[in-house]
Design a protein around this ligand. Structure first.
Ligand SMILES: Cc1ncc(C[n+]2csc(CCOP(=O)(O)OP(=O)(O)O)c2C)c(N)n1
Ligand SMILES: [Mg+2]
Length: 563
């Protein structure tokens, strides 16, 4: 029996057992292969935590771990990081009202990133929901609020509903466009006890959507005839790295990636390009193949015209037509569709574009030398972070530069928040990634602004012995905002200077290892030490000055269409 389909140890799958709703929900999660709940408890969820207590003592194969955080956003970001690093669904649980809202930025980010995160949210007593009596943590229309944040949500109203709703939520999270889901449960319902089928077998996965063979042939014909094909890879291509690489080789098509698509094609391949060179190539392309990407930059910044045929591969049937109807839309998971496309493409060798792309990469690289201070730090990071180590990006100067310049070698090793670009997501998300992937080093980078959003979770890293390495680039400012005020608002500086703690002493006060690195060389040495520590987190403070702006390489003028 596969690990994911196993009933909890000692449970006869066919017997009905007296169980609480909470116990049934936990047994169902375990049966679906979930092994961790990131959580912050409270009275609404007491029965759930009691069920989690009992589940931590089950046999090694069916044990559930509970990892408690110090703020609900920390718990939710940790689940998000674990989901992104593993590609598997992850769970968090918090109290209703303020607990839900505290976790909402992470839930929003999970939605934007199509990340399979299941939230178990408490509720006031079932009979009081909707009456506005002022129960603890009551919030008006919690179910309505949730339903605007995620695509699948439901309330568990009885013990017998727990396992089927867990199964339905997990299935919805992995069907079509993946994404988060929420299950609510009233505080008195978690504790209700009834005979429950001990183990609801996971609902069979719906058959994958049939691949539209006509559309595949059409796409293959267009790509085969293209003179300057280009591939744009997004987050939806992360599990199709081999297929994208093969298509790129066959077509000699460069692959553009920015935030979520980094690592799909190894940066060492000269056909692997980031945003600024991607824009040049977009201007020359006759056929663009978008794989698991909204293609926002191409479609809305760089421009489209009649000469450009667009082919979209997307798990979400609504996505390809959002901006404009593409020449061809292929709906479903990227890997099987690209395999069908590869099978339909005639094998006719094209002249190599390797030398051309090497030369153009070198030229672009010379332009990007403007970002020299950032590049020096990124070189130190790449030199020490192993190929399969995970880099967690932030909304900070080094992060912006990393999206353009950090070589990324493997899928799921560059975690970036996508279009939410929400400051402060990084540290707690990285903590979840490191918890779920103890086998590889995870590196979080933050500015001094973003770090203090969730740095309280250093206490969680200590409590659960998570050996994350975190760099804090400290410029005493919301540097990105300050630069805008300097350059565009007559140096009228407001709300952008920061009073900081001593980050080394701050981290040490939690029991973490900490040091200060004054330049790229010192950072490299500090990283070498940090990645060897596998028992405590490490914080490295890097004091920095203002850095050159990356924005000319990100928000760029159109290269085609109505300019
Ligand atoms: C949730 C959220 N709030 C506010 C912002 C706006 N914002 C973008 S960058 C930035 C400043 C970042 O400061 P810091 O983390 O110190 O990085 P630095 O630019 O100094 O390197 C702010 C406030 C945002 N992107 N997300
Ligand atoms: Mg800063």
């Amino acid at each position: 029996m596969k690990a994911a389909n196993r009933p909890a140890a000692g449970i006869d799958p066919d017997a009905a057992l007296q169980m609480t709703t909470a116990e049934a929900a936990v047994a169902a999660l375990i049966a679906h292969g979930i092994d961790t709940v990131y959580a912050l408890p409270g009275v609404h969820n007491d029965h759930l935590f009691d069920a989690l207590f009992k589940a931590q003592n089950l046999g090694a194969q069916s044990r559930m771990r509970t990892v408690h955080a110090r703020h609900e956003q920390g718990a939710a970001y940790m689940a998000l990081g674990a989901a992104l690093a593993t590609g598997r669904p992850q769970v968090y649980s918090v109290v209703p009202g303020p607990g839900l809202l505290n976790s909402a930025a992470a839930l929003l980010t999970a939605y934007g990133m199509n990340a399979p995160v299941l939230a178990l949210i408490g509720q006031i007593p079932q009979a009081a929901i909707g009456r506005g009596l002022g129960h603890l943590h009551e919030i008006r229309d919690q179910a309505g609020i949730i339903s605007r944040l995620v695509d699948f949500s439901a309330r568990i109203r009885a013990p017998q509903e727990a396992a089927p709703l867990v199964a339905a939520a997990l299935r919805a999270m992995g069907t079509g466009r993946p994404g988060p889901a929420v299950l609510e449960c009233a505080m008195d319902v978690w504790g209700l006890s009834a005979p429950v089928a001990a183990f609801a077998p996971p609902a069979p996965a719906p058959p994958p959507p049939l691949i539209d063979e006509d559309a595949v042939r059409d796409a293959a014909r267009r790509l085969a005839a293209a003179r300057r094909p280009l591939i744009v890879a997004g987050g939806g291509a992360q599990d199709a790295g081999a297929e994208v690489a093969e298509l790129s080789r066959l077509l000699q098509a460069p692959v553009v990636a920015y935030r979520r698509g980094r690592g799909v094609l190894d940066s060492r391949d000269p056909l692997s390009v980031t945003l600024p060179l991607g824009r040049e190539l977009w201007g020359e392309a006759d056929v663009v193949l978008g794989v698991g990407t909204r293609m926002l930059y191409g479609l809305t910044h760089w421009g489209v015209d009649e000469e450009l045929a667009i082919i979209r591969v997307d798990a979400d049937p609504l996505e390809p037509e959002r901006f404009a109807r593409p020449a061809v839309a292929l709906i479903g998971d990227a890997a099987p569709i690209l395999r069908a496309l590869l099978a339909a493409l005639p094998e006719h060798p094209r002249p190599s574009r390797r030398a051309e792309l090497e030369q153009r990469q070198a030229k672009m690289r010379r332009r990007l030398e403007r970002l020299a201070p950032q590049i020096a730090f990124l070189e130190a990071i790449r030199a020490e972070l192993p190929e399969d180590g995970i880099f967690v990006d932030e909304v900070t100067q080094i992060g912006f530069a990393a999206r353009l310049l950090l070589p990324v070698h493997k899928p799921r090793t560059f975690l970036s928040p996508g279009y939410q670009d929400n400051l402060g997501w990084g540290f707690a998300t990285a903590l979840g990634a490191q918890h779920a992937r103890p086998d590889v080093p995870v590196l979080s980078i933050s500015g001094d602004g973003g770090f203090l959003f969730t740095s309280n979770e250093l206490a969680t890293a200590m409590r659960h012995r998570i050996p994350l390495t975190a760099i804090v680039f400290s410029d005493g400012a919301f540097g990105n905002v300050r630069r805008t005020q300097e350059e565009q608002f007559g140096n009228r500086l407001i709300a952008s200077d920061l009073a900081n703690p001593d980050f080394v002493r701050y981290a040490e006060s939690f029991g973490a290892a900490a040091e200060r690195a004054r330049d790229a060389q010192e950072l490299r040495a500090a990283l070498k030490r940090a990645f060897k520590r596998r028992d405590v987190p490490t914080v490295i403070e890097v004091p920095v000055g203002p850095m050159p702006s990356p924005w000319e390489f990100i928000f760029m003028r159109p290269v085609r269409g109505a300019r």
